[in-house]
Ligand binder design. Structure first.
Ligand code: SF4
Length: 390
């Protein structure tokens, strides 16, 4: 297992709590986006204050529903969306103070925010740093204006032009970006040109993912109406298989299908989703999993603000859920511990049999209770995950 000496081995770690907060507003709704988000232009949301009040109400109510969560220590907080950088830093600061008054925090709690390029500036990063945010991820997607136009994204040429410089001089060390490939009309050379800029800047975290066609989006309607082309699948497979080699040469660990980090810079919050750790999901359209139960909030901001925690709790199903998340990790993990902790005896037998089959085919290594995919599994991953989840 060649990377074992360098990579963290993920393990069961379920006594902590993550908190995800969904801020649903954006400058413009992008054509490919299937998150709950509403385009409202440059002005701040006129219900920002009410929304942040509803976040607090939801937390208090969920604590009543599940009194046990008071005993948990928060170790990750993630402000996502939507575009959380559209809300004022003061709102996030007050929210963090509230959260600290309601829960205990680990000393090294990761506090992340997603930022859109049109909001990114040196001043904003200073503000975030001063209120305790210690991780920033910027949704760049592409630096190619015609690619942004294809995606239906808002494009501010000045901010896009400055973003490498602003991120390079960030007072917050843990910074990363999202880049997308396979956008029709954007060549693979153009994708690598963008990527190289960020590699040269030495950003510690890179999320590199392919454009997908999601049902119900404007992009999907445009493809059906023959107004736009489907994602470039040939280019996507080629880039997908090349990235692990390229990124390794630059000192990045490949820890999840689409995520690369310098050692120690992995997104600890996102790892919670992949390793089946509990988290509170707050805000319209957010999902959560607490004390073995799942819930999903309405994808409607005003409805949410009226009754913030009015959701049904469903028992989580570890046998299916673990397969859909854990096996997206390309870094090693203690698979026997996960199986022993979460699965019933029937599911355990199924998992072990499937994993042994993969090992015999040379798709993974399993040594001393530690699982790791081999690169050969990458292009088969969706089918392999389906195999273990059925
Ligand atoms: S900015 Fe992000 S969340 Fe908002 S519409 Fe675009 S992709 Fe969706």
């Amino acid at each position: 297992m060649e990377l074992l000496d360098k990579q963290t081995i993920w393990q069961v770690r379920n006594s902590y709590l993550g908190v995800y907060v969904h801020f649903p507003y954006c400058f413009k709704k992008c054509d490919y986006c299937d998150f709950y988000s509403e385009g409202i232009g440059a002005a701040p949301a006129n219900d920002e204050k009410l929304l942040f009040q509803a976040y607090q109400k939801e937390i208090l109510e969920r604590k009543i529903h599940f009194p046990e969560i008071k005993n948990r220590t928060i170790d990750t907080v993630f402000f996502g969306g939507g575009t959380p950088s559209k809300a004022s830093s003061k709102s996030w600061k007050d929210f963090l103070n509230f959260l600290r008054s309601e829960f205990s925090f680990a000393d090294d709690t990761e506090i992340s925010i997603e930022v859109n390029p049109e909001d990114l500036s040196a001043e904003l990063l200073e503000e975030y740093d001063s209120i305790g945010i210690n991780r920033v991820n910027v949704g760049v997607q592409t630096l190619e204006p015609k690619g942004l136009e294809f995606l239906g994204r808002h494009y501010d040429s000045e901010r896009y032009g400055a973003l490498v410089d602003v991120l390079t001089h960030s007072p917050i060390e843990r910074v990363g970006i999202d880049l997308m490939y396979g956008i029709p009309g954007v060549s693979k050379e153009s994708f690598y040109r963008d990527l190289n800029l960020f590699l040269e800047a030495g950003l510690p975290h890179l999320s590199l993912y392919s454009l997908t066609l999601e049902k119900g989006t404007q992009y999907s309607r445009d493809v059906t109406d023959h107004k736009k082309r489907e994602p470039e699948e040939n280019i996507q497979s080629e880039i997908l298989t090349n990235l692990p080699v390229l990124l390794k040469e630059h000192g990045y660990l490949w820890y999840e299908v689409s995520n690369y980090a310098k050692p120690g810079f992995e997104s600890r919050h996102n790892l919670k989703y992949w390793t089946y750790e509990p988290y509170l999901g707050i805000g319209p359209g957010a999902h959560g999993m607490i004390e073995g139960h799942r819930y999903g909030n309405p994808r409607n901001s005003s409805l949410y603000q009226k009754k913030p925690s009015n959701t049904k709790y469903e028992p989580a199903d570890p046998s299916t859920e673990l397969s859909l998340t854990l096996f997206r990790l390309f870094s090693p993990f203690r698979y026997l511990d996960f199986i022993d902790t979460y699965l019933d005896s029937e599911s355990k037998i199924k998992y072990l049999k499937t994993i042994e089959g993969w090992d015999k085919k040379g798709l993974c290594s399993i040594e001393s209770g530690v699982f790791q995919w081999k690169p050969a599994a990458l292009l088969l991953l969706d089918d392999l995950i389906l195999e273990i989840s059925l």
